[in-house]
Every structure is written in C-alpha cells, then in structure tokens.
Design a protein around this ligand. Structure first.
Ligand code: R5P
Length: 286
C-alpha cells in the first residue's frame, strides 16, 4: 500500500508513511488562472491506497475529491480515506429551519469515491452515520496526554459538557483528576463560562478541547480557572484553526498546542502514530 497525501496533510502523510514503512506519494497540485484546481499523480500505485487530506479550508475539500477521482481513474480498487480534520463537522444538525446539514453533505461526498473512512476526534460521532462505507473514529488521546504530562499537568478540564468524554479519556490516560466547565455560547465569537465548584487551587491545569477556533472558549475557561487559583494553565486541542483573535486569547494560558490534523506552527503534537497503528490493525484484519 502507498500513502498519498493532499496538500493540507503533506507533513502528517509523510510521517504516517514512514511509521508504516510505506512509500509516500506527493501529488502534483496546481491552480489554473481562474483559481480552479488541477491534480495529477505521477507514481505507480497498488490496488490499495491510503489517502490523507484534511478538509479545511474549502479549497482542500475540492482537492480531496479530485484526488479520489484520480485514484479511481488509475484503477485503485480500495481507497482508505483519512480526514484528519473534518471541516463542517460542527453543523451536524438543523439548528434553525432552512439550514443545511453541512456535515452530512461532506460525509456523503467523501464517501462517494472511498471504500473506508477514517476520522479523527470528530466534533460529533453523528457524522459517521452518513457514510455508507465502513468507518473508524480515532482519538488523539495518547499524544495529547503525553504533551500535558510533559508540562506537569495534574488536573484536566473540559471547557464544556460536550467535550466531557474526550477530556476524561485524556485524564484517565494520565491518571489525574478531571472536571468540566459549563459554557454558554452567546454568538459565533462570544461565550460565557459559568463558575463551577472546581478545586483548581494551586493546580497545574490542562484544558482539553477538540477545536480551538477563535480561542474564546479557552480564554474564558482560563479566566475562570485563574479565579479559582490555578497555578499554571495549558491548553491543548486536536484541531487548531487559530483564527481571528486566537493568538491574543492564547496569551491567557502558559502554553498551548495543537496536533497536526491541521498543519501549522502550532502543531506541536503529531497524530501519525495513532493513524499508523489503526492502519496496521486494519491491514492485519484483512
Ligand atoms: C465547540 O463546541 C468546540 O468544542 C470548541 O469548543 C469550539 O469550536 C472552540 O471555538 P472557539 O475557539 O472559537 O471558542
């Protein structure tokens, strides 16, 4: 099997290929003068290909669809599509009449030219129900726990109830205390976090979230934890979008990190071993 990575996941794809001892294929991706994308894969491929591409920002989604089509045209029989960060996953239901279920649209289109889907710390597992191919949901629990351990974190916090499970797994992995804050979203950029009776006094706290977007959630959580006497605060997420005032908001914590599901200077943690292990298991099951 060879590993093909789209331009959003070149670093991660190369690491996964190295861990698995597979050849790495970097497709040729170009833009026409009108902005439309062009992809070409020059390497010979086997019957089975591992295709890795994060679907963010929008242009990377089109690139994924084109790569899947190119693989099919080249005669690849089994495409395992890994989407490290699944864009549009937060719109996974109708919040107001007239809306689209964007996550479902994405799932259906990704599944069209794919034989197996692998997602990583999906905002909601709902997404998986919209694939009519086998799926696997991976978690960045271990590498995130290792990073927090290296910072001496002795308490893990989820900034909201929705992320309760994810953060609890990290806390269990580290064998430290766990709790969550209660968050209410006022708008796309504003959240308030209601006080909760946490015993953060004197603690080194790690805030774990699936996504850091504007960083508003982390900033509010950090303020709350400081008020409660936290000594040091670290923030970590699987998917680091870091948009708008994110860098300003990140000043509220002692340090922060994201994984390489979205590749950036903040990707201090890699999920390559998580993906490689899953592929190893999948191959041995066949
Ligand atoms: C929302 O439910 C997610 O789990 C994250 O908490 C959210 O996307 C973070 O957004 P922001 O960084 O803009 O507060």
């Amino acid at each position: 099997m060879k590993v093909v990575a789209g331009s959003a996941s070149l670093g991660l794809g190369e690491k996964v290929a190295r861990e698995l001892g597979f050849d790495f294929v970097r497709p040729h991706v170009e833009r026409f003068p009108d902005g439309e994308l062009y992809v070409r894969i020059d390497d010979d491929l086997d019957d089975e290909v591992l295709l890795i591409q994060t679907t963010h920002p929008n242009k990377k989604i089109i690139e994924l669809f084109l790569l899947q089509d190119a693989l099919r045209e080249m005669g690849v029989k089994r495409i395992i599509t890994v989407v490290p960060y699944f864009g549009y996953s937060r719109q996974d239901k109708i919040f107001r009449p007239g809306e689209a279920i964007s996550a479902r649209v994405m799932a259906r289109h990704i599944g069209m030219n794919s034989d197996y889907f692998i997602g990583m710390d999906l905002h909601s597992e709902n997404v998986l129900q919209w694939f009519d191919i086998p799926t696997m949901h991976l978690h960045a629990t271990k590498p995130i726990a290792e990073w927090l351990k290296s910072k001496g974190v002795d308490m893990v916090i989820s900034p909201d109830k929705g992320g309760y499970k994810r953060a609890r797994y990290v806390a269990n992995e580290m064998d430290v205390e766990f709790d969550y804050l209660e968050k209410t979203r006022l708008s796309g950029t504003e959240v308030i976090i209601k006080p909760k009776n946490l015993d953060a006094d004197g603690k080194t706290v790690g805030i774990v979230d699936d996504i850091i977007s504007t960083g508003g959630t982390i900033a509010r959580a950090a303020e709350q934890l400081r008020e409660q006497g936290a000594k040091r605060i670290y923030a970590v997420c699987t998917h680091g979008l870091f948009i708008g005032r994110a860098m300003e908001n990140m000043k509220r914590v002692n340090d922060f990190a994201a994984t390489d599901t979205i590749e950036s200077v903040h990707s201090k943690i890699t999920v390559a071993s998580v993906i490689a292990k899953a592929i190893g298991k999948l191959s041995s099951m066949q």
